[in-house]
Design a protein around this ligand. Structure first.
Ligand code: HEM
Length: 305
């Protein structure tokens, strides 16, 4: 998308086939589409600027020795944004300007933490993974918009530990994901998309998995406005020459009512949610809205199958 186009929401519907599965779900990605810009660009980068000022330790962390890898990330983000979105980000080699929010940063102020600057220039959160003794480890992150996790729990840790709270990750995904990361080619970036249902549209949401109760205010009648489909568009790319892997996360948070005109997708979402069982149902905290969502699906999709 260029700087001015506005696409129809929802952009992504990872529930569109009505089937819930625990899978890698990777899709090929072109470098031209690596970082995504939408109509919330100014709002998102302004919120990042605020969070990086008011909650720095919660949204930026890096291990010692990761500075060169971080610089590689900053160079890649700068190159992409200035060439694909010159109306939003401009650089003269010494400073970087965020045109829509009137901010200018000096590159020399970010020598110790280059990803602190890189994260400000895109809507994506950035997680840098470097090879360690137990596979790829999270060595630096600019994470302003977490979906219910805390950076301090994950920094310096390998993939299996990072995914510790995810039911069945170790059993179903641990090995295939590690193998995939080992073989990821620099010229073959990929993306995947996941989904969550939340009753809060805030971008910064650390913590909050395994919530019980508290869903009584949501009904079939008001679920369209009270609940949000939060979709993460994630990308993975190999960085060169370091060999590190960069994981990016872009948030799309749309009220359920964005599916009012798409009864097919509303039905598919209801079917997908009804298949989320046991530990994953607890993890995603969807049970407490289950009846309201299915009632809402009935209102929007009626008898459509
Ligand atoms: C092919 C690569 C990957 C796959 C298949 C994968 C899969 C998953 C799945 C299935 C979940 C559960 C969330 C949901 O479905 O709503 C999850 C959560 C998560 N993933 Fe990944 N992931 C991948 C890469 C990464 C990487 C590179 C990071 C690096 C930071 C990461 C960090 C996380 C975190 C922090 C969570 C939340 C964990 C929590 O609740 O504490 N993932 N991932």
């Amino acid at each position: 998308m260029n700087d001015t186009q506005v696409k129809q929401r929802p952009f992504y519907a990872p529930y569109s086939d009505g089937v819930h599965r625990m899978a890698m779900g990777l899709m090929a990605l072109s470098y031209d589409d690596w970082l995504e810009v939408d109509e919330f660009f100014a709002e998102h980068v302004a919120e990042k600027s605020r969070l990086l000022t008011e909650h720095y330790d919660e949204v930026f962390q890096a291990v010692a020795g990761s500075e060169a890898g971080q610089r590689e990330v900053l160079d890649a983000v700068l190159e992409h944004m200035t060439s694909h979105h010159p109306g939003l980000i401009a650089s003269d080699g010494e400073t970087v300007e965020l045109k829509t929010i009137g901010e200018r940063h000096r590159l020399s102020d970010y020598v110790a933490a280059p990803m602190n600057l890189a994260g400000r220039l895109a809507q994506e959160d950035l997680c840098l993974m470097a090879p360690g003794e137990a596979g790829y480890e999270l060595v630096a992150a600019s994470l302003c918009f977490p979906t219910r996790w805390r950076l301090s729990d994950k920094i310096g840790r390998p993939m299996l530990a990072i995914h510790g709270p995810v039911p069945d990750y170790a059993k179903r995904l641990g090995k295939p994901v590690d193998r995939f990361l080992d073989h990821l080619k620099a010229d073959k970036p990929v993306m995947r998309v996941n989904w969550a249902i939340l009753d809060d549209p805030a971008l910064f949401q650390p913590g909050g998995h395994y919530k019980h109760g508290g869903g009584e205010h949501v009904t079939a009648e008001n679920a369209g406005e009270k609940l949000y489909i939060r979709v993460e568009r994630q990308t993975l790319r190999r960085m060169e020459p370091s060999g590190n892997i960069l994981f990016t996360i872009k948030i799309h948070s749309d009220p359920l009512s964005c599916l009012d005109a798409r009864p097919d997708l509303a039905r598919a979402l209801g079917d997908t949610i009804s298949q989320v069982q046991d530990g994953m149902r607890e993890y995603k905290s969807v049970g407490r809205f289950g009846d309201a969502i299915q009632g809402w699906v009935g209102r929007v999709a009626g008898g459509q199958s």
